[in-house]
Design a protein around this ligand. Structure first.
Ligand code: BGC
Length: 422
């Protein structure tokens, strides 16, 4: 059986600057990695050296049949010190964009993907009321130069992630950076050291992942609004949105109310700021099931990914259907992926999920594209290089790229714009 997708469907994959470029030493994450007692498993270092190798990388994506590439611009490169903009960094990203066009690839650009400039921490980080203005200014500078080359922009990646992290970790009385293992981050010492490396003290050290209270959540929301406003003013043809991490929230008997609360806090509370966006970036990895006592662990026999998530490709279409009830703008799947050493599981995961996406299209839901997380095995934040999310393997000692079967599979679906079910 063949399942066809609409013409102009965007097929591609996603990366994030910090995870692939290498040497983003002006970013707060670099400080976290290098802090004394840091819980990060590896140092990002050169990562996969995409800052140097982007031309061959983009050519490789195109050769697979992909027609879209989502990447992010590193704020700390473009604005290394407050109000000082780097011509060299802007020209770099201009060339990345132009390279996409040379290869017939549509770029989707995120202006922020977790990492922020170190200097922001000196101003109070994401708790500072200056953030919306400063971020909007950075967007303005980038869009004045590059707006005509950017058809789709995300102001921020996973605007709702801090809320999810807060709910997970507030139970043990501390607000951590992304996914840090409990024992390591409860010790505040390394955070003091990270703050110092940013040129400040613990009192003003407040990274994106620590956004937690009503005030900082409101700052975040305002940041999106202001950034969208400045992008649209300068580059009215750019379609602007944000992305959200959304698990398929399910309930078993007695867990309905809790599941509803989670859905509100992870998704529905953001509806007012999505109003005015041109599209919605949906990111999904798995499901979460709630019962009367809270989240229910996956069954013993359930297959788990390297991240410990349940292998559940059906989640994607479930979430598409759920968000479509509240949204009147197109949906773009801006991330969806699986960490595994067994690439045949990735193939299966993609195929099953896309079958669901196609069903959603048939039901009349406006889905514009599917971007897989991620193009390459890369630096997975605190887990370092141990998680294999990539369509393409990288030998980091030579920086040689090796295409996996899943990359060929997604590439051929993209090329023929159809999914063939056996
Ligand atoms: C993030 C990525 C991350 C991926 C896998 C997403 O939530 O946007 O940066 O690598 O999940 O954990």
């Amino acid at each position: 059986m063949e399942l066809h997708f609409p013409s102009n469907f965007l097929w591609g994959s996603t990366t994030a600057a910090y995870q692939v470029e290498g040497n983003n030493y002006n970013s707060d994450f670099w400080a976290e990695e290098h802090a004394e007692g840091s819980p990060y498993k590896d140092k990002s270092g050169d990562t996969i050296d995409h800052y140097r190798l982007y031309r061959q990388d983009i050519a490789l994506m195109a050769s697979l049949g992909l027609n879209t590439y989502r990447f992010s611009i590193e704020w700390s490169r473009v604005e290394p010190e407050p109000g000082q903009y780097s011509r060299s960094a802007i020209e770099h990203y201009r060339d990345v964009l132009e390279t996409c066009y040379e290869h017939g690839i549509t770029p989707v650009v995120a202006m922020h993907h977790f990492s922020s400039p170190k200097w922001l921490m000196r101003l109070g980080g994401w708790a500072s009321p200056e953030v919306p203005e400063r971020f909007a200014k950075y967007c303005e500078v980038v869009f004045r130069e590059l707006g005509h080359l950017i058809p789709y922009a995300l102001t921020m990646n996973e605007i709702n992630l801090p809320v999810m992290l807060r709910e997970i970790f507030s139970k043990i009385g501390f607000i951590p950076p992304v996914g840090i293992d409990r024992d390591a981050w409860v010790a505040p010492k390394w955070r003091e050291s990270a703050a110092k490396l940013c040129g400040t003290t613990i009192e003003s050290y407040f990274t994106f992942h620590m956004i937690s209270d009503v005030t900082s959540i409101n700052i975040l929301k305002e940041t999106h609004r202001k950034a969208r406003e400045s992008i649209k003013r300068i580059s009215p043809n750019t379609k602007v949105g944000l992305s959200m991490a959304l698990s398929d929230i399910q309930s078993i008997s007695g867990g309905e109310e809790l599941a509803e609360q989670k859905w509100h806090s992870y998704f529905r509370q953001y509806l007012p700021i999505i109003e005015g966006d041109d599209f919605f970036g949906l990111q999904n990895y798995t499901r979460e099931v709630y019962g009367p006592e809270g989240q229910v662990k996956p069954a013993e026999e359930a297959e788990q990914t390297q991240m410990g998530y349940e292998f559940y490709p059906e989640a994607l279409s479930n979430v598409i259907r759920k968000v479509s009830k509240d949204l009147s703008i197109p949906i773009m799947i801006t991330e969806h992926g699986i960490a595994t050493d067994d690439d045949t599981r990735r193939v299966e995961f993609i195929g099953k999920a896309l079958k669901g996406v196609q069903a959603c299209l048939n039901e009349g839901i406006d889905v514009r594209g599917y971007l897989h997380w991620t193009t390459f095995d890369n630096f997975e934040w605190q887990s370092g290089y141990s998680m294999r999310f990539g369509l393409i393997e990288v030998d980091r000692s030579t920086q040689e790229r090796k295409v996996k079967e899943s990359a060929r599979y997604l590439g051929s679906i993209a090329q023929w714009n159809k999914l063939v079910l056996k």
